[in-house]
Design a protein around this ligand. Structure first.
Ligand code: ADP
Length: 522
């Protein structure tokens, strides 16, 4: 480990004062060379006296190339020019500008490259004339790592900004300060989130009343089980604006299962939701219009097709009258005209028969349908509509209901229709009361009863009689076909559809379906 500048250690007992001072010098030298930091000793004029091995490594100079020369050769501008000034000022005023202070400067290697370093300078004690010792640490790698970290942090921040994504880490054991990303503050529109009002409490206060139950259930599940929190809900911020959030969170636990950290992301999906809702509304309007226009076209076609035989019948009937009044009438002409009347009447009947076939053209499939499943699927289908009207959808079914033998698509149409009507009926009701309850139960007579209940305006008295008539509607954009079609579907399945008033306000629409026959035993 010793280099050729270090003599082999001698016996300290044989020492003279001169050899002791030589030995101290050598010890100092080996100390310099063992140091990790570059060490440079300069005299009061700035000339290098000692240049350690690590200084050689850092600067790329051999000691003999530097010793005796001004230390400013190791500095780039402007330090190079300023350095002599430092020394002069020190001599004049005794004020050491950088003595003892570790600060970041830039130094220059032999090959001209400039690198960042940390510099600490001390004065050698009691040395006359004064000498200074400098410790230089090359911090290029640290700087690079800092820069990389800074860049990846700023890229992450930019990505979060672009994706509308905020994140947070809550240390439940208070081992470290909690972290809330700047974007999260902006999503929630708060300047700071502090311990006084923890994040979940803050969110809970703001969660839209219709989404609160879902939020609470998921939070409860997160705390009591290993399940991840993954919920979409709305918040109403302090300024009254509503935002749609997709919130994912997880708890990490210690070996004893105690929650230690709560980590989560909050994604502001308001714009996406808005676009989806707009698109859906547009789609619905289009479907509605296309339904109307299809019906309009059908009606026009029907009128045209029936008009032809009707005109022919009128024409032949008038001809008959003329023949009958004529003094020299021929019975054969009258019979011919009557025959034509009958042919044309049959033709009109055929048109009507074709039309009826066309209307019930869809192939009806009967299969065992799980009612619990049917209602769950419906929740998915009706959710957007309900959310759009700030209506809560609740399913209240008996577990393990038997299956019914039915066409699932047609049944969906029926329930969806009833749910849509229920939602429409609650347009003028305060948001907190807007709830549709879908329930299903097994009746003693072996039928399933499905009920769609709302707290809307209820049925207007003059409507109750005509409710199921095609084209009866009290809505400006209604078709008046929903209940008529629903009733014919339910009847075709061997069930009944009727309505009763709901408790307090609103309406209940009920329908029954016979349960599937039990499978035959072989
Ligand atoms: P539409 O919904 O196009 O009007 P429907 O046949 O589905 O056609 O409904 C007919 C009418 O029945 C509605 O216009 C409305 O007056 C009434 N109605 C249906 N469901 C309800 C309900 N849940 N509450 C109050 N009125 C209802």
């Amino acid at each position: 480990m010793y280099d050729d500048r270090q003599p082999a250690p001698g016996n300290p007992d044989d020492e003279t004062p001169a050899s002791r001072s030589t030995r101290a010098g050598l010890e100092f030298r080996s100390l310099l060379d063992a140091a990790v930091d570059a060490i440079i000793v300069i005299d009061q004029r700035g000339c290098v006296e000692q240049f350690s091995l690590s200084a050689e490594r850092v600067f790329g100079y051999k000691a003999e190339e530097v010793v005796g020369r001004n230390v400013s050769m190791l500095m780039p501008e402007p330090y190079r020019s300023e350095h002599d000034g430092y020394l002069e000022r020190y001599h004049e005023t005794g004020e050491a500008r950088i003595i003892g202070i570790g600060r970041e400067v830039r130094a220059q290697r032999k090959d001209g490259t400039i690198f960042p370093c940390e510099l600490a300078v001390g004065q050698v004690a009691e040395a006359r004339p004064p000498r200074f010792i400098g410790f230089i640490r090359d911090i290029t790698l640290r700087k690079l790592a800092d820069e990389r970290l800074r860049r990846s942090e700023s890229e992450l921040r930019l990505a979060q900004e672009l994706a509308n994504l905020g994140n947070y880490v809550i240390h439940l054991d208070h081992s470290e300060p909690d972290y809330y990303s700047p974007k999260l503050h902006r999503i929630l529109d708060v300047a700071a989130i502090d311990d006084a009002v923890p994040l979940t409490t803050l969110l809970r206060l703001w969660v839209h009343p219709s989404d609160r139950e879902r939020f609470d259930e998921a939070l409860e599940e997160l705390q009591s089980t290993q399940a991840a929190f993954d919920v979409e809900y709305r918040i109403v911020r302090a300024d009254g604006t509503t935002r749609h959030l997709h919130h994912i969170a997880q708890l990490t636990r210690d070996a004893e299962g105690r929650p230690v950290r709560h980590v989560g992301t909050v994604h502001d999906i308001t714009d996406r939701r808005q676009t989806e809702d707009d698109a859906r509304q547009l789609q619905e309007r289009l479907t509605h219009f296309s339904r109307l226009s299809t019906m309009g076209e059908m009606a026009a076609g029907l009128a045209h097709e029936i008009n032809q035989p009707l005109s022919a019948i009128t024409m032949y009937a008038q001809a008959c009258q003329r023949f009958m009044r004529s003094p020299n009438r021929e019975d054969a002409d009258v019979l011919e005209a009557l025959e034509q009347i009958s042919v044309q009447a049959l033709r009109a009947g055929e048109v009507i028969r074709r039309l009826r076939n066309f209307v019930k053209n869809r192939e009806v499939k009967r299969e065992p349908v799980d009612c619990n499943r049917l209602l769950e699927d419906l929740r998915t289908l009706a959710e957007t509509d309900a959310r759009l009207h700030n209506v809560r959808l609740r399913i209240d079914d008996e577990p393990d209901l038997p299956t019914v033998h039915a066409d699932p698509i047609q049944l969906q149409q029926v329930v969806l229709n009833l749910v849509r009507n229920a939602i429409d009926a609650m347009d003028d009701v305060p948001e907190t009361q807007r709830e549709v309850v879908l329930s299903a139960r097994l009746l003693p007579e072996g039928e399933i009863e499905v009920v769609v209940a709302d707290h809307g305006s209820g049925l207007v008295p003059e409507a109750t009689e005509h409710l199921f008539n095609p084209f009866f509607t009290t809505k400006s954009g209604g078709t008046g076909l929903g209940l008529a079609i629903s009733r014919s579907i339910v009847r075709a399945h061997g069930g009944r559809l009727w309505h009763t008033p709901n408790e307090r306000t609103g309406a209940r629409f009920h329908f029954t379906l016979p349960v599937s026959p039990a499978p035959r035993r072989e």
